[in-house]
Ligand binder design. Structure first.
Ligand SMILES: [Zn+2]
Ligand SMILES: [Zn+2]
Length: 258
């Protein structure tokens, strides 16, 4: 499985930098997990291949350019963009984003070929199909209804935590999977901001370190994502100080193969 964290920050020459402000992972050039930077960082070819998007929760950094992505493709879509999300998240997207005020309600619009956007309600703790992949959504501990997802192509399995603070169910489900190749886990705030991390339900390196003790697998790559740009180096230093084998930081733009 090929997984890329799309870039979301660009320097004055337009070159992507390592800072992550938005969240969007591209799997095998055709499936996205979250859509923060989806309209900003896909190649033309990728833009025409991606029709399946799993939305873990409706926070702006995870959906910011989703409306623009559909808008860009509106007239050329021969099949709808499918948004996979829990019923709670679908309701929030319809109420707060695709509400005719912030953006058009694409789920009610068609082009000459048919509907342009379609919701696919997903279950929790139960497998569902997304393109050629199998996925399982698991509720995590965030301030709005949010799921982590475990995605498999039949050979490799990659787990995405989405945004979360200390949690149990996600680890229980991961521990039940026979083999996990990689875990892409959030680490938002430095340890000195533990209070803010707690009220906004995010990890710090210290709380992530505690939660990783719940993980029974040991040969997987663990890559931190969602590091707040203002504290990036500090969080990276604190993660390194944990000295957890195979724990690193995911580079945006790089294609990882598992
Ligand atoms: Zn969030
Ligand atoms: Zn976020």
């Amino acid at each position: 499985m090929r997984v890329q964290l799309l870039p979301s920050t660009f320097d004055s020459q337009g070159r992507a930098t390592s800072e992550q402000r938005l969240t969007c992972f591209l799997i095998d050039e055709c499936v996205a997990v979250d859509a923060g930077s989806i309209a900003l960082a896909l190649t033309t070819e990728q833009r025409h291949n991606v029709r399946d998007i799993i939305v873990t929760h409706p926070h702006m950094d995870h959906i910011a350019s989703l409306p623009i992505f559909i808008d860009d493709l509106f007239e050329t879509l021969k099949s709808p963009v499918r948004i996979y999300a829990t019923p709670e998240v679908i309701d929030l997207l319809e109420r707060d984003i695709f509400n005719w005020n912030v953006y058009p309600r694409f789920s009610e619009l068609q082009n000459e070929f048919g509907p342009v956007m379609e919701y696919v309600p997903i279950p929790q703790n139960e497998e569902f199909k997304v393109a050629h992949l199998t996925a399982t959504a698991v509720s995590v501990n965030h301030i709005v209804p949010t799921v982590g997802v475990i995605v498999s192509d039949g050979k490799s399995t990659v787990a995405f935590s989405s945004d979360t603070a200390e949690t149990d169910e996600f680890w229980r489900v991961i521990n039940r999977v026979p083999h996990i190749n990689a875990l892409l886990i959030e680490a938002s705030f430095p340890d000195s901001m533990a209070k803010l991390a707690e009220v906004s339900r995010h990890y710090t390196p210290a709380s992530l370190g505690r939660d990783l003790r719940k993980l029974n697998h040991n040969s997987l790559d663990i890559l931190a994502v969602h590091i707040k740009p203002a504290y990036r180096q500090l969080v990276i230093d604190e993660l390194n100080a944990l000295k957890i084998p195979k724990l690193g930081v995911m580079e945006s733009g790089r294609v990882y193969t598992w």
